[in-house]
Design a protein around this ligand. Structure first.
Ligand SMILES: *Cc1c(COP(=O)(O)O)cnc(C)c1O
Length: 300
């Protein structure tokens, strides 16, 4: 684990991989830390590998209930600009994000949002740092410059991506992704396939992981889809290897791009001989049609 390379001692709270972070388990764990030695609670807002969404506000409440001073650190890499995220309101101390998911850019930029409490912690922290030192960055940013050569092309791209998001309106962006996710879940249900995330409370609006029927390998199925339709589905990672495939619906997606992806999956299931029912694409089309809004209604 890479944090160990920095001399940190991670304590992993084992949890159900088919649900989001368990705030009660966080609270119980912090309550055991009588010395208040734990420095940070780290949570992933949207678990991209399992298609589960964690409720950061619940984790915050759990930390407050345990009256623990640890910093709350959140990975928003696949959630920012896809689903609602409230840094200040949820009392998050450090959030990290990257350019390559909901912000629709190539990889190469990352961002942090940092609370005053985290900035104060930095002053006494003893971990070695140089390139990632916030103080160097803040100092020079005050005059609008960077301590190192910035990736200018990415910054122009980011400016454009933000314009696109604001033009659509963030609430509309979040609603669009929620709609895409619902259509994909309806398709999976019509196919008779299980979702990896088994509790609707934690369903992700960024990506849906679909469980393969037992005895069928997700990667063999993914290869059929890639070879036949030139469509690359997300692979199952770690514990999900071979057991699930993932349909991404974050970023620049719309009804028709999602229907194209679902059609590729449905045909792929047939070609790969994976037991399923037909009708997933029909279910998604029906849902899209029922909830369709014209461009002029959206603008109103
Ligand atoms: C994609 C992703 C990452 C990986 O980001 P890197 O820029 O490769 O570090 C980390 N966390 C989540 C939740 C992701 O979706």
């Amino acid at each position: 684990m890479s944090v160990e390379n920095l001399g940190l001692k991670p304590e992993v709270i084992p949890t159900d991989w088919r649900a989001g972070a368990d705030a009660d388990a966080v609270e119980a764990h912090l309550n055991k830390d009588g010395e208040k030695a734990i420095k940070a609670v780290c949570v992933v807002h949207n678990e991209t590998s399992t298609g589960t969404h964690s409720w950061i506000d619940e984790v915050r409440k759990a930390m407050d209930a345990a009256d623990h001073p640890a910093l709350l650190m959140v990975d928003t890499i696949s959630s920012l600009a896809v689903m609602d995220y409230r840094h200040d309101e949820w009392g998050v101390d450090v959030a990290i994000c990257g350019s390559q998911k909901g912000l629709m850019l190539p990889p190469g930029l990352s961002f942090t949002a940092v609370s005053d409490k985290a900035l104060a912690a930095m002053k006494t922290a003893k971990l070695p740092r140089s390139y990632w030192a916030w103080d160097d960055m803040l100092e020079l940013n005050r005059d609008g410059v960077f301590p190192y050569t910035p990736p200018t092309a990415h910054l122009f791209g980011l400016s454009e991506a933000i314009d696109m998001l604001l033009e659509e309106g963030l609430d509309n962006v979040f609603e669009r992704h929620a709609r895409m996710a619902e259509a994909v879940r309806r398709a999976a249900q019509a196919w008779g396939l299980e979702l990896w995330c088994r509790d609707p409370k934690y369903h992700s609006t960024a990506v849906t992981a679909v469980k393969m029927p037992d005895g069928h390998n997700a990667d063999a199925f993914r290869k059929v889809v890639l070879d036949t339709f030139n469509m690359s589905l997300g692979t199952g990672l770690n514990k999900l290897a071979g057991k699930a495939f993932r349909i991404g619906h974050l970023g620049d997606t719309n009804d028709l791009t999602i229907l194209g992806a679902l059609a590729g999956v449905e045909m792929g299931l047939r070609l790969a001989g994976v037991p399923h029912k037909q009708g997933g694409v029909d279910a998604a089309m029906a849902y899209f049609a029922e909830t369709a809004r014209t461009a002029s209604a959206k603008a109103a």
